[in-house]
Design a protein around this ligand. Structure first.
Ligand code: FCB
Length: 469
């Protein structure tokens, strides 16, 4: 028996039909920002604002996926992926965020999904991974309720055009980031520091999700959240309160809304602001039934109610304020675990914790891990990238997935973040999350050791699947 076979026996054997995936997002990989009628997004504007992106990087070219998608799908096929999660760029479909669709924009996603299906790779489409059309931001952005209705129209148009190509549509990637990094801390586009508007934005992103679910009436639709395991630094009352608050804003605000159609009372009370933007009927819309919950998981937070820690879990790349609206006093301390190149603590136990929690505390819902992975400072030596840390990270988190399944969690797939190195938001090209290395000068792709290892795990698992699946 080979070492790899021992590995699968030791916890990496998954049920037949488990989705073996990798994920990306439009702005981070596509480039071609001015081609085929694409309009400007808030990220085009933000990357041109001095001081907002490390190194002054932008994604005008990114990793040129718009032109190289065939080569990239071929890489996915080499890995043996059975699923691929990508996002559609709203300003390609509606350059100004409303009105008639731009068929050339839709055609790109038709070509991409055709190519995926030719390789037996199931396309998982995300409608919004943060690239809001700039015109909608100029009209008020997510704090403006109207944006949610524009999103539902956009979702319906994409669904109509691609429903024969795509089984699983998901709405908003990580609404927490879109709202709180975009409108409170200012670390992400559009870079506003308006705490109350961040809450309005969060509600409207949830509303956009619910309206889109209704407007698409898709065969299979999901919502996406980024969940963290959270530990109080000590058992003190102040630390316990800090943990309740951060868990409330990060996890429960979105889980309770999407899965139970309500906001947690304690979180609303922490906000101490007028909540008149939550209109009658909104919560029922937001709680519209979905078929699958997409969970992005990276790390655990250790939090304290005492001053002295950091304002957020890891150092921000650029000058930014606290994203924790109403709980700005909470500080983040080290939990003493090893960290990735992002400074994010590695804790696969947290993944078991959050998955079993969702299964225990919410109505039953199938889940997938829609993002999980790590940045490390890769080195290219003689045409190879030896990245044992990334392999260890993915292995540990896959074993955590397996453990969660054994504990009864209906977990149906795993998408590594990311398929390829790409534009990592405010960090520019400084952080590499890919299984595939990309040379940002030549656009050359190269499978890292972790990719070869992941391919082998997939191969061993899929070997046991019925051939017609
Ligand atoms: C998530 C984002 C994704 C990527 C990873 C590292 O929050 O959804 O685009 O930036 O983090």
């Amino acid at each position: 028996m080979t070492t790899q076979e021992e590995q699968t026996r030791a916890g990496l054997r998954f049920p037949a039909g488990f989705a073996w995936g990798a994920a990306t997002s439009a702005y981070q990989i596509e480039g071609a920002v001015a081609e085929d009628g694409r309009g400007a997004s808030i990220w085009d504007t933000f990357t041109r604002t001095p001081g907002r992106i490390l190194g002054g990087h932008h994604a005008d070219v990114a990793i040129d996926h718009y032109h190289r998608y065939r080569e990239d799908v071929a890489l996915m096929a080499r890995l043996g992926l059975s699923a691929y999660r990508f996002s559609v760029s709203w300003p390609r479909i509606q350059p100004g965020g409303s009105g008639p669709v731009n068929s050339k924009g839709l055609d790109f996603y038709k070509r991409l999904t055709d190519e995926l299906r030719r390789h037996d790779i199931d396309p998982w489409l995300t409608l919004y991974h943060w690239d809001l059309p700039q015109e909608l931001e100029d009209a008020g952005g997510w704090p403006n309720r109207d944006t949610a209705y524009r999103f539902a129209e956009y979702a319906a148009a994409v669904h109509e055009a691609l429903k024969d190509h795509v089984h699983t549509f998901s709405t908003v990637n990580e609404p927490w980031c879109a709202a709180f990094l975009g409108y409170a801390s200012g670390e992400h586009a559009p870079g506003r520091r308006e705490p109350e508007n961040a809450i309005r934005g969060a509600h409207h992103l949830n509303l956009a999700h619910g309206l889109a679910v209704q407007a698409m009436n898709a065969r299979r639709v999901g919502g996406c959240v980024n969940l963290y395991a959270i530990t109080p630094a000590t058992g003190s009352e102040r630390d316990l309160d800090a943990a309740r608050r951060i868990d409330g804003l990060q996890n429960r605000f979105f889980l309770d809304a999407l899965l139970m159609g309500r906001y947690p009372e304690d979180v609303l009370a922490d906000l101490s602001m007028e909540l008149d933007f939550i209109e009658p009927g909104d919560m029922r819309t937001i709680g519209a039934p979905i078929d699958v919950l997409l969970v992005n998981y990276y790390s655990r937070f250790t939090v304290s109610g005492e001053p002295g820690g950091r304002a957020s879990a890891a150092a921000a790349p650029t000058d930014s304020a606290s994203p924790w609206v109403g709980s700005e006093h909470v500080s983040f301390v080290s939990g003493g675990r090893p960290v990735t190149a992002m400074g994010w603590e590695i804790d696969e136990g947290g993944l078991v914790e959050i998955l079993t929690r969702v299964a225990r505390e919410y109505p039953p819902i199938p889940m997938v891990i829609s993002e999980n992975g790590a940045a490390f400072d890769d080195v290219l030596v003689d045409g190879r990238v030896h990245d044992p840390e990334r392999e260890a990270y993915v292995r540990a988190h896959l074993a955590a997935c397996r453990q969660a399944i054994d504990l009864g969690v209906p977990l149906e797939g795993y998408f590594a973040w990311s398929l390829m190195d790409n534009f990592e938001w405010a960090w520019g090209y400084g952080k590499r999350f890919g299984l595939v290395r990309v040379d940002f000068e030549t656009q050359e792709r190269l499978l890292k050791d972790s990719a070869l290892w992941y391919a082998e795990i997939i191969r061993q698992n899929r070997r046991h699947e019925p051939t017609d699946s």
